[in-house]
Design a binder for this molecule. Structure first.
Ligand code: HEM
Length: 491
């Protein structure tokens, strides 16, 4: 009898707790009811849709199908008690990204990034985020990077040495690792004022392979159901994170040596990523390890993203010889027979190069990004309730035939001035927009222009791969899985 009474009391209190929980969230349920979406199961909601997801490509396909099924450009999902809204309408995406209540990142999506990168600018929120954001914009502006073009040219000369050997040998090879290493070295020198060749020799790590494996692990653990239910110990990802911080520590030591040594150092007086980390570290009373960790986001975002776009574009123009020829002719018009290095004013004249790079960013831009809503946000005729997690399906929009004449072709004409004018703004946001958009956009575009144009000027690029044979990886962004090309010297 006593057991039955206890059970009844337990059920009663369970019921009361559930009722209070529902009542407190009544506004969320009211607004959620107005957003279209598939009917969920009791308790787990729509979680079953993700059970078969084993890779980021699977996840992208589930969300793409979902975004496509719901024609209104907005759809809801429930993962147990978490409320998600998937946006695929450019106008809604644009509105959301610029709304001051949609600036926060959410643990459900960005938690794994924190395990790998630490709590830096990418995953911080509120005041702690703003502390890093303001100086980051300043530091990453190409104007603040002393002698960018000179340093760029020195790094390109090193890249040429490797690529000339490849051209001489004449075989096909995967370009991606060489470009990742190049972007990493360039970022560390231009953005952190350190010459990696010397300072990182002590670190026997192969950075491109390390980065690729770490991002794969971060992506897989983000979509694991164990992570959703907070049961993922993440030992492997923690180990990757530890190694990454060791790299940042090496760079930080080298930077501190440069600023304290009496030797003449050309980078000594320019503000940079490591100084930014140091000043925030001092403010937050962090030790050396934690301070160095603040640079992790910049090291990864700054070398991985541009390198994926560059490798992808090189593969695409190897496939599309007509595009490559037109780029080469444009350079001939600017430089004639001179082999002088490109300057900013030369690159600004190359309108076709810009169209090719934008088409590259459409192909190899972000797959998904997400925001947490801190107060109700109106989009179109809907209201996204406070506390919801909004997923922006950039990849779906980038390949939607509503906005692109030939979505599954590499077609730089997508970016003629007329085409740009006729497309809604939110349909092409490779760097996102608004207060949390990419602070490295200008720096990245300068790296893309310089590197791609320099390679096309020096080499004729070919491949045996056809457009439909290109494989893709889905990490932070979409990248070509097989950028295997062959080079022949032109100059
Ligand atoms: C082609 C190259 C690049 C692309 C396509 C790209 C794209 C993006 C996107 C879409 C975001 C927003 C992510 C989100 O909302 O979750 C972002 C954020 C960020 N990017 Fe980039 N990025 C590129 C290059 C760079 C470079 C070169 C740097 C630094 C040197 C950089 C540093 C950052 C940082 C620090 C953030 C986080 C900003 C914040 O949360 O306030 N990115 N990037």
């Amino acid at each position: 009898m006593a057991e039955v009474t206890s059970l009844c009391v337990l059920i009663f209190f369970g019921f009361v707790a559930f009722a209070v929980f529902r009542w407190r969230r009544r506004e969320l349920y009211r607004l959620a009811a107005k957003i279209p979406g598939p009917v969920g199961w009791p308790i787990t909601g729509n979680a079953h849709m993700f059970v078969s997801v084993r890779s980021s490509e699977d996840l992208e396909q589930v969300l793409r199908k979902h975004a496509g099924d719901i024609g209104s450009g907005i759809s809801k999902l429930w993962i147990c008690s978490r409320f998600l809204v998937v946006l695929s309408e450019p106008e809604y995406i644009q509105t959301l990204l610029n709304h001051p209540s949609a600036v926060s990142k959410d643990e459900l999506i960005y938690g794994q990034a924190t395990t790998f990168l630490g709590r830096g600018i990418i995953t911080r929120n509120g005041e702690k985020w703003a502390r890093l954001r303001k100086p980051a914009i300043k530091v990453l502006h190409p104007k603040s990077i002393a002698e960018f073009e000179l340093k760029m040219q020195k790094r390109l000369d090193e890249l040429y040495t490797v690529l000339d050997t490849k051209a001489k040998n004449g075989g096909h090879f995967d370009i991606s690792h060489y470009i990742t290493r190049f972007c990493f070295d360039l970022l560390v020198e231009t953005g952190a004022g350190v010459k990696t060749i010397n300072e990182l020799k002590t670190n026997s790590l192969n950075f491109p392979t390390f980065l690729e494996e770490a991002l794969e692990e971060a992506t897989l653990s983000s979509i694991s159901l164990l992570t959703i239910f907070n049961l993922n110990p993440n030992f492997k990802l923690k180990k990757f994170g530890y190694k990454l911080t060791q790299i940042s520590e090496n760079i930080m030591r080298a930077r501190l040596n440069a600023t304290t040594s009496s030797a003449q150092d050309e980078n000594k007086n320019c503000l940079n990523i490591m100084d930014l980390a140091t000043s925030v570290g001092e403010l937050e009373k962090l030790n050396f390890h934690e301070t160095s960790k603040l640079a992790n986001d910049f090291i990864v975002a700054g070398s991985d993203t541009p390198s994926k776009v560059i490798a992808g574009v090189l593969l695409m123009i190897a496939i599309h010889q007509d595009v490559q020829e037109r780029m080469y002719q444009e350079m001939k018009d600017v430089f004639g027979d001179s082999d002088r290095p490109a300057e900013k004013k030369d690159l600004e004249k190359m309108k076709y190069l810009e169209m090719v790079l934008n088409e590259g960013l459409r192909h190899f831009g972000p797959v998904l990004t997400a925001r947490r809503i801190d107060s109700d946000v109106p989009v179109g005729s809907y209201v996204l309730p406070k506390g919801s997690l909004v997923i922006l399906t950039q990849y779906y929009v980038s390949f939607n035939s509503k906005f692109w004449e030939r979505p599954y072709s590499f077609y730089p004409e997508h970016f003629t001035p007329e085409a740009n004018q006729s497309r809604p703004k939110g349909a092409f946001l490779p760097f996102n927009a608004g207060p949390r958009g990419c602070p490295g956009k200008l720096y990245a575009m300068q790296v893309l222009r310089n590197t791609v144009s320099a390679i096309v000027r020096r080499y004729h690029i070919t491949t045996e791969i056809e457009y439909h044979q290109v494989t893709y990886k889905f990490h932070l962004q979409r990248s070509a899985g097989n950028p295997i090309i062959k080079l022949a010297r032109r100059l």
